[in-house]
Write a protein that binds this ligand. Structure first.
Ligand code: HAX
Length: 441
């Protein structure tokens, strides 16, 4: 067994034993009571699943194994002379639960480099799609086409013990993460760069190589990709992409099937697609106003018009967060250091000065503050990645790190099929009236 896998196995054995103890002693202890409003309103605030890799605090934002984004920036290994953390290090932290050494990170980089080959039929499948197919659809189809490679699916078909599920899941997770940048770059270059492709550079790290295969050689863009992949990797277990991957994986669907399902959720405009929507929204505003840096008054009018038209302000609000997303702040800091005079970035900052006040005044959105998607597109545009529809694919590649590390944990801990109870409104009405005894719908 490789040393990363070996270390993971030991850690998972320890935690599994601890969980058995917790369940034995405290299994009946109640965490939340569920309100009727929560049953109807997307289970908001219902604690109902375990995800070891990260935890989201409504005020302070995401913590990966206890570490905030500024702490990750300080403590995770970087390339020599680099400013941004290597996502390989975050993957190690999420999988093992401890900060990695430089060697650990190098080991993961090399492993993913070795595993990154994609079978020809996957590219052939993509090639059969109309080129105008949305990149997220192409991405999801590409992941599904790669499912032929699932070692979990093959082992399960042969017949394996429950004890070994984690092992094959781990192999699939590592292969899939290794291959996703190549798949994503293929989709990008096919759709936007006349089908001209760039071979990977084995000397580069995972995110740096991704930037290279996309066709961006500027060191600052590579640094941005390292930061981007790190901050988008995970956001605890309840968000749509993480939860879907976990849910589908709980049926013992292999990691390719589970992750593709998660990506279909990420492709929704209330989730990951918001990053393309933000830039489209700003572009439309600029078009209406005749270009340039709009004044706060102009932005305010445009925001109110968007709301009056019954639309949401993309990049604002969150189901859990109640303050500015630290992932927004991390990108703002990057922009201040690298591109403080960029016009689009300055518009994003000005929008930030205007939108929260309006959303607060209207009082409907529980969180008037910006989320991760409010900033990401403006940075990409600056470096020339101007194809908005591709932005969610970048998010998807990053999200693989968290949700696939989590899937390894799901299998190692033997988490069961997920199957919450649903009820009918008829049931709710009877419940309210206290008529549920011997109830049959
Ligand atoms: N603009 C306008 N109205 C908003 C709003 C926004 N940005 N955010 C919330 N609201 C509205 C909701 O639509 C809802 O209205 P109705 O009662 O008429 O349905 C009301 O305020 C209450 O919503 P909430 O409880 O505050 O928010 P939810 O938990 O239901 O939804 C969302 C959270 C992120 C979906 C929501 O804030 C939204 O639609 N934001 C804009 C889209 C966006 O940026 N999505 C990305 C979120 C982060 C992410 O997942 N990234 O991948």
């Amino acid at each position: 067994m490789g040393y990363l896998k070996d270390t993971f196995y030991k850690k998972s054995e320890e935690l599994a034993a601890e969980i058995r103890g917790i369940l034995k002693e405290y299994g009946d202890k109640q965490v939340d009571k569920v309100h009727i409003s929560q049953i109807y309103q997307g289970m908001r605030g219902v604690t109902g699943l375990v995800s070891e890799t990260s935890l989201l605090d409504p005020i302070n934002g995401i913590r990966f194994r206890g570490y905030s984004i500024p702490e990750l920036k300080e403590k995770l290994p970087k390339i020599p002379g680099g400013s941004e953390p290597l996502p390989e290090g975050l993957f190690y932290l999420m999988l093992i639960g401890e900060l990695p050494t430089e060697e650990d990170v190098q080991h993961i980089s090399n492993t993913w480099g070795r595993r990154s080959q994609i079978p020809r039929h996957v590219f052939n499948t993509i090639d059969k799609l109309p080129v105008e197919t949305h990149p997220m659809t192409q991405f999801s189809i590409g992941i599904m086409a790669m499912q032929t490679e699932s070692v979990f699916a093959k082992a399960y078909a042969r017949g394996i013990s429950k004890q070994d599920y984690w092992d094959y899941t781990y192999e699939d997770a590592m292969n899939l993460i290794a291959r996703l940048p190549r798949l994503a770059a293929y989709i990008y270059r096919r759709k936007y760069k006349n089908n001209t492709h760039i071979e990977p550079d084995p000397g580069l790290d995972w995110a740096g190589n991704f930037a290279h295969m996309l066709g961006f050689e500027e060191e600052d863009f590579k640094a941005l990709m390292r930061l981007y992949m790190t901050i988008h990797a995970d956001h605890e277990g309840g968000n749509v992409s993480a939860h879907t991957t976990h849910l589908v994986g709980s049926a013992l669907s292999d990691p390719y099937l589970a992750f593709a399902a998660g990506m279909n959720g990420l492709a929704g405009p209330l989730h990951g697609l918001a990053n393309q929507e933000v830039i489209k929204w700003i572009d439309q505003m600029r078009e209406e106003l005749g270009g340039g840096l709009p004044s706060k008054d102009e932005i305010e009018k445009y925001v109110r018009k968007t709301l009056d038209d019954g639309k949401v302000i993309p990049g604002y609000g969150h189901a859990v967060l109640r303050k500015t997303d630290p992932r927004f702040t991390a990108q703002m800091e990057f922009a201040k250091a690298h591109l403080p005079n960029d016009e689009l970035v300055n518009i994003v900052w000005r929008v930030y000065e205007v939108v929260p006040g309006i959303l607060k005044e209207l009082g409907k959105a529980k969180n008037p503050w910006p989320n991760v998607d409010a900033h990401s597109g403006s940075l990409l545009v600056h470096y020339g990645l101007i194809e908005y529809e591709f932005y969610t694919v970048l998010f998807g590649v990053a999200r693989s790190l968290g949700v696939l590390a989590s899937l390894c944990w799901d299998r190692a801990l033997g988490l069961p099929l997920e199957r919450p109870k649903s009820v009918t409104t008829q049931w709710v009405k009877k419940f309210i009236k206290g008529e549920l005894e011997n109830y049959e719908d």
